[in-house]
Design a protein around this ligand. Structure first.
Ligand code: FAD
Length: 393
């Protein structure tokens, strides 16, 4: 019988949410991790994120408490409104969180990054390290970087985002798929009579949506979407007046949030994903987060599922003595769940961004009158974490 040596050292490519969460979780099960990041400094994206209950519950399964409740705002409900601010429906996220045993939390990305870095402690993060290729060796893996550096480990975790170099070598992946809309995003101090504690409001228009979220400490996280090609979104020139025009006549709090945000604090990104990838890894190599399963932002699960990936990966490596078997077990446990998230996010994206008035009327009627259990079902499935279930081997 082959004797396997438990993975001791992991090379993690990418210090985004997924890579940092993976390093935290791996260390918790005794795997030493070194993180390699292309950027020369760790700067958080200047916008917000909802860390959903499934991610918080997954972290708790490894006894990891990032203290997120103190850093952001707990999501109690999700209000769906029309563009004028009239309530279509209020979805009970607090109750869903109570059932799961963990809250969903809206927060500033910088606060999430700080929480992960605090939990990482003295774990080494090498900056300015752009991974270019890897080679599977007799006893693990060797990674090469643009500047000539090399790193070796028992396993390689490609957590290097939607344009992952690790994935590219595995699959020869081309360009991402254009979701057909731009996302403008910002976090800013905000006061408005409609900006109440725990606010989590989604305004639905024609080919456009807007979100306002309390991320704690008097700050609002807002985002707006508008139908546009990825190419136009990438070349958006920072014109705040264009955003104001896009939401002219919308609810006052929407217009006020845009007005109160300095133009230089607004970030624009194209919505993109990729067709679902069946096989993420080979031998001692695997993918995690957006590198494995990039999804449109509609379900708010991209980062949360990366955190869940990290926990399940660590659980598998902690429980299985053969690292390669552990990586395949991780991929098997994550495949169907993340496939559903990618597909649901695509379907939601199409519904959210539809731009025909007749269809909008039908959609709004659906949001108003569909049974709550039907509207909540995809969220409930996403919010309920699927963790490691095989016994120790
Ligand atoms: C508009 C918008 C809103 C969103 N809202 C939410 C939300 O509310 N909730 C949620 O859970 N998710 C949300 N997401 C999704 C979420 O942002 C992503 O899924 C998440 O950031 C993915 O994390 P990651 O670590 O896998 O990848 P990334 O965050 O992309 O991190 C990858 C890292 O790898 C580095 N890197 C890349 N290539 C290399 C290389 N060759 N060598 C070394 N380093 C490299 C990059 O510099 C980066 O630091 C949203 C996304 C968008 C676009």
């Amino acid at each position: 019988m082959t004797q396997h040596t438990r993975a001791r050292r992991a090379v993690v490519i990418g210090a985004g949410i997924g890579g940092l969460a993976a390093a935290v979780a791996l260390r918790r099960v005794g795997v030493e991790a070194v993180v390699y990041e292309r950027a020369r400094e760790l700067r958080p994206a200047g916008f917000g994120i909802s860390v959903m209950a499934n991610a918080v519950a997954a972290l708790r399964a490894l006894d990891i408490d990032l203290g997120l409740e103190k850093r952001g705002g707990t999501v109690e409900r999700s209000d769906l409104l029309d563009s004028g601010g009239r309530l279509l429906r209020s979805l009970p996220f607090k109750e869903a969180g109570d059932r799961i045993g963990a809250p969903s939390i809206a927060m500033y990305r910088g606060d999430l990054q700080s929480a992960l870095l605090d939990a990482l402690g003295d774990c080494p993060i090498e900056l300015g390290a752009t991974a270019t290729e890897y080679e599977v060796t007799g006893d693990g893996v060797r990674v090469r970087f643009e500047d000539g550096r090399e790193a070796t480990g028992d396993i390689l975790i490609g957590a290097d985002g939607i344009n992952s170099a690790v994935r590219r070598q595995r699959t020869g992946a081309g360009a991402p798929t254009d979701g057909g809309f731009i996302c403008w995003l910002a976090v800013t101090p905000f006061e408005h009579p409609k900006f109440t504690p725990g606010l989590n409001a989604h305004y639905w228009g024609l080919g456009r949506r807007f979100g306002l979220h309390d991320v704690g400490h008097g700050r609002v996280y807002w985002w707006g979407t508008a139908n546009m090609s990825a190419e136009s979104a990438r070349s958006w020139g920072g014109d705040k007046a264009q955003i104001a025009r896009t939401y002219a006549g919308w609810a006052d709090e929407v217009q006020a949030a845009i007005r109160d945000t300095p133009a230089e604090d607004i970030v624009a990104v194209p919505a993109q994903d990729r067709p679902f990838l069946e096989h993420w890894g080979e031998g001692p190599v695997t993918l995690l987060g957006d590198a494995a399963h990039p999804m449109l932002p509609s379900l708010g699960q991209g980062g949360s599922s990366a955190i869940e990936d990290a926990v399940v990966l660590a659980q598998c490596l902690g429980a299985l003595s053969d690292p390669v078997a552990a990586l395949r077990a991780y991929e098997d446990l994550r495949r169907e769940r993340t496939r559903e998230m990618v597909e649901v996010s695509r379907r939601f994206g199409a519904l959210e961004q539809l731009d025909k008035p007749v269809l909008r009327t039908l959609r709004d009627a659906y949001l108003r009158f569909a049974p709550e259990s039907v509207l909540m079902a995809p969220f409930e499935r996403a919010l309920t974490p699927k963790l490691f279930t095989i016994g120790d081997q």
